[in-house]
Design a protein around this ligand. Structure first.
Ligand code: ZN
Ligand code: ZN
Length: 367
């Protein structure tokens, strides 16, 4: 974790930042190993270019933070009676941040946190550090990858367990609950709302599992993820209940080919978000279903379920080894069905590896 701070400082120097101000969330967890809740009591880590990082926090949280963080922090606790302004002013002064350029998280920091900082960091300038931190976080080290492999192992094992219990007539939400329980039973938490979308509901990529009962002839989309030591997995498989109509089978095969093309493109030297998206999309367009592939091909995964890099047109930076993301092409036919096949992929030094290995051939369930 101290290497992450060293790396962050090199990136800060390169971008002309004198300090970083990090609020509770994935970036604080990444840099300081601290999993703190985003509540209304001001909590903020300041990382100057040189010297000890400072943590301004409610006094009642200090003992827990000191026990949890592996890095050497200087603490600036504040009490409810005093409020945070004095502690924050001391931290900013000690770090010599008046007139400096401070990197903040545009997508995470809240207005009251910025206002508090502006008030005490006299004549400081603020710049968005979100992309710099996202760039660091995109490339996973061995420890992070090991956690993600475990999250993948649990989500695949529990998907197997769940599919074995599915019967015609069961409700989507009953099946989603079985999957959720299995994830928890294996010591993980669901990474997001576990989705079971059957028949026409599969045409909505963000369907909430509901009261529809599985019927003969359905395609059913299963999308779930597990969190292990803060790191997520994310998998989608689409299964058939009973006998499928021929055109649905064709749609399935097209998505399967698009998924394979996307993973193959990821393994090509110099692969980019754009090249992977184009490879998957081309298959579906050639098959005549281009307008029905209504989202990007994938998203980065790690501490967050959706994080950079996004696998989408316009993303032309080659993905470095260690980058983890999903490949999840889909076809959505309103009122009929949906198909999506999602894998978690890591770029390696000589190609790409799919962390998810659950069978991709069409599985028949419900009997
Ligand atoms: Zn998913
Ligand atoms: Zn996903």
């Amino acid at each position: 974790m101290t290497e992450r701070l060293t790396c962050a400082r090199a990136v800060m120097r390169h971008h002309g930042l004198d300090a970083l101000a990090v609020v509770p969330g994935s970036n604080l967890r990444y840099l300081a190993g601290l999993e703190l809740q985003t509540r209304l009591r001001l909590t903020l880590m300041l990382v100057p270019l040189d010297g000890q990082p400072a943590l301004v926090l409610p006094a009642m949280e200090q003992a827990r933070a000191m026990a949890a963080s592996p890095i050497d922090l200087r603490y600036y606790p504040w009490s409810d009676a005093d409020g945070p302004d004095g502690a924050l002013a001391r931290a900013v002064n000690d770090a010599g941040l008046a007139g400096s350029t401070i990197g903040i998280e545009h997508t995470t920091m809240r207005v009251f946190e910025l206002r508090a900082l502006e008030q005490v960091a006299v004549e400081a300038r603020f710049a968005d550090a979100t992309p710099l931190l996202a760039g660091m976080r995109a490339v996973k080290d061995a420890e992070e990858l090991a956690a993600m492999r475990e999250a993948v192992r649990v989500i695949e094992m529990t998907l197997h367990e769940t599919l074995a219990q599915v019967r015609i007539g069961m409700l989507e939400r009953e099946i989603a609950e079985i999957w959720d329980r299995a994830i928890r039973a294996h010591g993980c938490l669901p990474a997001f709302e576990t989705t079971v979308a059957s028949g026409p509901n599969g045409a909505n990529p963000h369907h909430t599992s509901g009261d529809r009962a599985l019927q003969d002839g359905d395609l059913v989309v299963f999308d779930g993820g597990a969190v292990y030591q803060g790191y997520v997995s994310d998998i989608t498989r689409t299964c058939a209940v009973g006998r499928l109509a021929d055109d649905m089978r064709q749609v399935y095969d097209l998505v399967l080919a698009a998924n394979a093309a996307g993973r193959a493109a990821a393994g090509t030297p110099g692969a980019t978000g754009e090249s992977i998206d184009a490879a998957a999309r081309r298959v579906i367009e050639t098959g005549g279903y281009g307008p029905h592939f209504i989202h990007r091909t994938g998203h980065g995964i790690g501490l967050d379920i959706h994080e950079p890099p996004f696998i989408v047109a316009g993303n032309r930076v080659p993905l470095p080894a260690g980058t983890t993301f999903t490949v999840e092409p889909g076809i959505y036919l309103r009122g009929v069905c949906g198909v999506r096949i999602e894998d978690d992929v890591v770029i390696t030094t000589n190609g790409a590896e799919s962390l998810t290995t659950f069978p991709r051939e069409l599985l028949s369930i419900g009997h």
